[in-house]
Write a protein that binds this ligand. Structure first.
Ligand SMILES: Cc1cc2nc3c(=O)[nH]c(=O)nc-3n(C[C@H](O)[C@H](O)[C@H](O)COP(=O)(O)OP(=O)(O)OC[C@H]3O[C@@H](n4cnc5c(N)ncnc54)[C@H](O)[C@@H]3O)c2cc1C
Length: 428
């Protein structure tokens, strides 16, 4: 934006400006609006309709939705409950995780298209007059005055927009513009894998969600009801080599990993049906500066291992609302308040990333490099035999480290929940 653009920019004033309408941003927006804070969310896309964004809502997020009184409403949306996880190693099936120790109303991972979840949060937020969601608002910079961030600059279809705020929260994901503009130092932890995503139809009675590990091959299969969402893990940067070997060879690899899919791998008609998602694990050394905080993937990009990134982003949002609603209401958010958010969330984030690194280095990498048939390690045999032991991975994946609970207050909503809860949100 040039100097003259800035003069002609439309200006909005809000208490908290949230950049990015992903799981972290939408949840934070809802919680702050519910606590009576004026909140403005800027999302660069026109809608939430993006495929392969990660569609898992974990038990701890379901618990939080219950605390908000929204669980029953949420679960009216189309979803597929995953109550246990299995892993197949060579020809042996191992029961890895079982969520049955949790209260039955949330003893599962809800597989739900992320756009339904985000639309739902947006609609709940819109019940509050102080919740403002701007789609097609692409944040391109932050505004600073006297060493403090006082707002952001965005491009919108109606021209440049400047949002002034007491606090800006960067929830704009792992390629965060906010953290880049702020010059925050990023610690790259590294991820030796990438993932090829695709879908193939599913038949009744086929095995449930889980992984299939065989020599040189690692396939994750997510049961989405009438189709399988497949994640084929490849060594970092290996996509070009896979493509060079041709689509028939790729289909054969999928069929080899999951032989019951062999008659249907032809549904992968072209490389357009296969999406490459590059995996990153990184984190900011410091998540904040005066007037600015980053949370979710913007503060710590998560690997897809364990499918816990959305959960962590949501938990960050809950902790942020718990710790900041009062200073925001009183108009006095200090650096110490922002530091408290990092202090609260850094430990669970670091433990989770550590577990992801351990898994990628000690399980995924050796499996991809293996040329001999794999055998089942003895600890997994023990887990397989004991439903009690299956609680441990279930707890790590489904509940995570230091789950958050909603402590921010609830102002009465001004509007009832709209009926069209599946509707895509249009730009406004
Ligand atoms: C291959 C892969 C698969 C994954 N699968 C899963 C899974 O199954 N389950 C799981 O829990 N996690 C999964 N994850 C991780 C998960 O996607 C993230 O951890 C989670 O989405 C983070 O949420 P977030 O709100 O912080 O960021 P995001 O979900 O990335 O949301 C950021 C939002 O900000 C918007 N935005 C970006 N830049 C701007 C800008 N300049 N201006 C305005 N808006 C902007 C984006 O459009 C987006 O809506 C996966 C990750 C990868 C890489």
């Amino acid at each position: 934006m040039t100097g003259s653009d800035r003069q002609s920019a439309k200006t909005l004033t809000t208490t908290c400006c949230v950049v990015g309408g992903g799981p972290a941003g939408m949840m934070l927006g809802l919680l702050l609006a519910r606590a009576g804070i004026d909140v403005t969310i800027l999302e660069k896309h026109a809608d939430f309709l993006r495929d392969f964004r990660g569609d898992t809502i974990h038990p701890s997020t379901l618990c939080m939705m219950e605390e908000l009184g929204l669980l029953d409403e949420l679960l009216k949306l189309p979803h597929n409950p995953v109550r246990e996880l299995q892993v197949q190693i060579s020809d042996e099936t191992i029961n890895l995780a079982n969520f049955s120790f949790l209260p039955p109303e949330r003893a599962f991972i809800a597989m739900m298209p992320q756009w339904h979840f985000l639309n739902f949060l947006a609609e709940q937020g819109r019940r509050y007059p102080n919740f403002h969601l701007h789609m097609l608002a692409n944040v391109i910079g932050i505004v600073e005055e006297d060493g403090r961030v006082t707002g952001v600059r965005a491009e919108t279809p109606d021209g440049p927009l400047e949002v002034k705020a007491d606090l800006v929260v960067g929830c704009d994901g792992r390629h965060s513009t906010v953290r880049a503009r702020a010059g925050f130092e990023v610690e790259d932890i590294g991820a030796p894998i990438d993932v090829l995503w695709m879908r193939v139809s599913r038949r009744e009675g086929e095995p449930g969600t889980g992984g299939r590990l065989n020599r040189g091959s690692f396939l994750v299969m997510l049961d989405r009801g009438d189709y399988w969402q497949l994640a084929y893990v490849i060594p970092k940067g290996g996509a070009e080599r896979v493509k060079a070997e041709g689509l028939p060879a790729f289909r054969a690899m999928i069929a080899k990993a999951a032989p019951f899919l062999a008659p249907r791998v032809g549904e992968i008609e072209s490389w357009d049906d296969v999406k490459l998602l590059t995996v990153a694990i990184d984190r900011l050394r410091t998540w904040y500066e005066p007037g600015l905080l980053c949370i979710g993937d913007a503060a710590h990009a998560m690997s897809p291992i364990g499918g816990v990134g959305i959960n962590l982003a949501v938990q960050d949002a809950v902790a942020t609302a718990n710790l900041l609603w009062r200073p925001l209401k009183e108009g006095s958010v200090t650096e110490a308040d922002l530091a408290a958010v990092q202090k609260r969330r850094e430990f669970p984030m670091k433990v989770t990333q550590r577990l992801q690194v351990l898994a990628q280095n000690n399980v995924v990498k050796p499996v991809l490099a293996s040329t001999a048939p794999l055998s089942v390690p003895w600890p997994l045999r023990l887990v397989n035999r004991s439903r009690w032991l299956q609680q441990l991975p279930a707890r790590l994946i489904g509940v995570g480290v230091r789950p958050e609970h909603v402590h921010s207050p609830a102002a009465p909503p001004a509007r009832q929940t709209p009926h069209n809860s599946n509707a895509t949100i249009a730009a406004r």
